[in-house]
Ligand binder design. Structure first.
Ligand SMILES: C[S@@+](CC[C@H](N)C(=O)[O-])C[C@H]1O[C@@H](n2cnc3c(N)ncnc32)[C@H](O)[C@@H]1O
Length: 250
């Protein structure tokens, strides 16, 4: 870890009202170093500049904890976590949370297993699976207080990947960019079909004036058993209208 990584991280996070104690900042630095090392062999991230990494990966992940109140022991699944964002920084900061890091890429989950061990994270599982498959299994379906996803798909696809994993009364948090208006509009019907309701849309700003949003989808009723559809369908044919999905019956 470069000498001033911890200093830079603490300063930049402070600009967003996030306090990081030195022990946790050090763990976040170890995580960054492991990504940089493994990135030489497998493609984990295109962001390698230290300051960009801090802002766009670490602080962006931690914003969730500033904006959403998770109860102690809450179960969180990060769908399409990639190199571990936002799930790993969130877990480092809130070690009381029970976290599942899920990704369909074997290389990425191998890295994550290594990182979880290296960081000594307890109650943190890594699963190599597509969300569509995991949600069909009793061990994962409607088991989570919260699901989160960043940079995985459009919102109308994401609700089908994530809402089936969330308990009634829980939430799905989609991390989106500057102007999520049209994505939200397109996902209203799908959210409704899947037992969800679009709730708060929370704007935030990262250092450097980067504007983003958290979209909170509340799980208000059970997801019908036929969802999610088979792997690939949520991306290929996102649910647009009630009528089209009822006819399709897939
Ligand atoms: C662009 S990366 C984003 C990674 C991370 N969330 C981030 O923000 O840095 C998208 C990830 O989603 C995973 N993914 C895509 N579709 C998926 C699915 N249906 N189930 C599980 N993982 C999926 C991919 O393997 C990839 O690692």
């Amino acid at each position: 870890m470069s000498g001033n990584f911890v200093e830079k991280l603490v300063k930049l996070a402070g600009e967003c009202g996030i306090e990081i104690d030195p022990e946790k900042a050090k763990l976040l630095g170890i995580f960054k170093d492991e990504i940089v090392e493994w990135n030489k062999r497998i493609n984990l991230t295109a962001i390698v500049d230290e300051e960009q990494f801090i802002v766009k990966h670490i602080i962006d992940s931690l914003i969730i904890l500033k904006k959403i109140d998770f109860h102690s022991g809450a179960k969180l699944v990060d769908v399409g976590t990639g190199a571990g964002f936002p799930g790993v920084p969130v877990k480092i900061m809130r070690q009381d949370l029970v976290v599942l890091l899920m990704d369909s890429s074997r290389k990425k989950t191998e890295f994550l297993k290594h990182a979880v061990k290296k960081l000594g994270l307890q109650r943190t599982d890594v699963l190599c699976a597509r969300a569509e498959e995991a949600a069909k299994s009793g061990g994962y379906r409607e088991m989570y207080d919260a699901a989160v996803a960043r940079a995985v798909s459009g919102l109308n696809t994401l609700v089908e990947l994530c809402l089936p994993l969330v308990k009634v009364g829980g939430i799905f948090i989609a991390m989106k960019g500057e102007d999520p208006g049209s994505e939200i509009e397109e996902a209203l019907g799908a959210a409704d079909i899947l037992g969800g309701r679009i709730g708060n849309v929370i704007p935030y700003e990262l250092p450097g004036g980067i504007k983003r949003h958290l979209i909170v989808v509340e799980k208000i009723k059970n997801t019908p058993e036929k969802f999610p559809r088979r792997p690939g369908m949520p991306q290929k044919k996102p649910i647009h209208l009630k009528i089209s999905i009822e006819k399709e019956g897939d």
